[in-house]
Write a protein that binds this ligand. Structure first.
Ligand SMILES: O=P(O)(O)OC[C@H]1O[C@H](O)[C@H](O)[C@@H](O)[C@@H]1O
Length: 545
């Protein structure tokens, strides 16, 4: 059985259309329509999107819209907001929109109003955060908290790290936040090296509370804390947990009063605005955290209620499908021209790649088209001095998302205009390039003309907002969350499961037993794994090394 998507007349129409316009250059498209840079734009919740530098025409947009209708995108959007079990392989809702729904709104799952539950937890988080921030929460020896160490990985780390870095300008600078994720002991050792346990609070973040990296790091952190402070009783003043599994948290030794809950309808990579965001709330305070939620909600409402043609996440999602499946672009570069967004690309990697890196449809049929592209990126202008060369002149097409803000958070005399000038120049250079004639006219010697030419015709989006605030960060996150969902709907995949990560975990547990056994047991892997296991043990145990 072949999947339905590529058999749809709307898909075939796009194929045909690409054959007609695929070779058009952005120079021609702009020349043919001088107002293109005003027309191919959209705006929502304070975010302005310029998509005029995508290799599309008005017909492309119409045909993508028809594909979206054929794939029942509006029905899928409604189903998500209603709390239907759209994560079909796990029989769960994907209701991250409920995490930022205002108090009083109602969304029902299994006969419970989940919005009420969300606000109960949010209020508890705020009370706790106020106690810590005001200095009234005291450690075991009577000291207030000055250091917060969040232990978590994947969705229980990347969102909180990204948000903490993004909102540093709004954070309490006398609270030191650190994030430990890797099972590599270096991560924890370096995080704790200069901290005083008496004034350190640990947040153990794990939705399942089974994740090996997090549990083993939390265990060591607890031993460190108890050893320094001299009593098991210290754990109650220095550890809180965020999890959906109260029993496992209790078994670890953290009392229910010090646990903040989330639910199985919150996916890990969609959880940074749940209790998993406790570190963010501690850093920026309750009012700013609520602003972030309000920004997310504003984008949710826009996504839910706006016709497809003017809907920002829908446009971004459909353009991503166009680039991925018709232009055959295998990756997307996310280039924030805002230093505070330095971890945004890493956060998006999990969001996009764990969601849409799938090889079968929701019905388990092998896809015959490319699904999720590779997301990567670095803040500008740094990337311009390293990998932009490939984006400008390499043989692969790398669509770019530029993200910038009009107002600087740390204004220096000329820097911000310089920064944004560079962002705009990159988009312009990528789109229009520089022809051989133009290069020659600059007096370039003949033998260098080919080397200095830039073909152009490289697509990009530009997202512009007034200022990076908790609110605008919220809009940006929700924009990408929904854009990823739109892509998943078109590709007919389950964007909310992540079965692919399980195999490696299973194999690692067997291998761990083999690495740590006193004497090497019989190995039954392939010859590569067997040899590497032997060599590792040999190097590890070699005397004098
Ligand atoms: O929050 P946890 O249950 O500890 O999960 C942490 C992470 O690990 C898993 O392996 C998944 O791939 C991620 O989606 C998840 O966010």
């Amino acid at each position: 059985m072949s999947p339905e998507l590529t058999r749809r007349p709307e898909w075939q129409a796009l194929r045909q259309h690409f054959a007609e316009i695929g070779s058009l250059h952005l120079r021609d498209l702009f020349a043919a329509d001088p107002a293109r840079g005003e027309r191919f734009t959209a705006e929502a919740a304070g975010l302005y999107l310029d998509y005029s530098r995508q290799r599309i025409s008005a017909d492309t947009l119409r045909l993508l819209g028809e594909l979206a209708e054929a794939c029942a995108l509006p029905r899928h959007i409604a189903a998500m907001f209603r709390g239907d079990l759209i994560n079909t392989t796990e029989h769960r809702a994907a209701l991250h929109v409920a995490l930022r729904a205002p108090a009083g709104e109602q969304i029902w799952v299994d006969g419970r109003d989940v919005v009420a539950d969300v606000h109960t937890v949010l209020t508890r988080m705020e009370v706790f955060a106020e106690a810590v921030r005001s200095g009234s929460w005291l450690g075991y020896t009577g000291q207030p908290v000055r250091n917060i160490v969040s232990i978590g990985i994947g969705g229980s780390d990347l969102g909180p790290v990204m948000a903490y870095e993004a909102l540093r300008a709004y954070s309490r600078h006398d609270l030191r936040l650190r994030f430990v994720s890797n099972v590599d002991g270096t991560d924890l050792a370096e995080a704790l090296r200069d901290l005083d346990a008496a004034e350190t609070l640990f947040i153990v973040c794990s939705k399942t509370f089974t994740t090996l990296e997090t549990l083993s790091n939390a265990q060591v952190a607890r031993e460190w804390c108890v050893a320094v402070l001299g009593s098991d009783a210290a754990v109650a003043r220095h550890f809180v947990a965020v999890s959906a599994d109260a029993e496992r948290v209790a078994a670890f030794g953290i009392a229910p009063a010090q646990m903040f809950g989330l639910w199985d309808w919150v996916g890990g990579r969609y959880s940074m605005d749940s209790a998993i965001g406790l570190s963010t709330l501690l850093a920026i305070g309750p009012a700013a955290f609520r602003d972030m939620l309000a920004g997310m909600h504003a984008m949710d409402v826009h996504f839910r209620d706006t016709p497809l043609a003017h809907n920002l996440p829908v446009l971004m999602g459909l353009l991503a499908v166009w680039n991925n499946n018709f232009l055959d672009a295998a990756s997307v570069a996310v280039l924030p021209y805002e230093q505070y967004l330095k971890r945004f690309p890493a956060y998006l990697q999990q969001l996009a790649m764990e969601s849409n890196g799938k090889h079968v449809t929701v019905d388990g049929v092998r896809v015959d088209y490319a699904t999720g592209p590779i997301y990567w990126g670095e803040p500008g202008t740094n990337g311009q001095h390293s990998f932009h060369q490939l984006i400008h002149q390499g043989t692969r097409i790398v669509p770019c998302d530029f993200i910038g803000f009009s107002q600087a958070l740390n204004p220096l005399p000329v820097q911000h205009d310089l920064l944004i000038a560079n962002m705009l120049a990159q988009g312009e250079a990528l789109a229009f390039g520089r022809s051989a004639d133009e290069v020659r006219a600059e007096g370039t010697p003949d033998e260098l003309v080919a080397h200095r030419c830039c073909e152009g015709n490289r697509p990009s989006n530009t997202l512009l907002a007034a200022r990076l605030t908790p609110w605008s960060l919220g809009t940006l996150i929700a924009l990408y969350e929904h854009s990823v969902f739109v892509q998943g709907v078109i590709w007919d995949i389950d964007s909310f499961d992540q079965w692919g990560v399980e195999l490696g975990k299973q194999l690692a547990s067997t291998t761990f037993a083999e690495l740590s056994a006193a004497t090497l047991p019989a190995l039954a892997h392939d010859s590569s794994t067997n040899t590497l296991i032997r060599r590792y043990r040999q190097l590890r145990d070699a005397p004098g090394r």
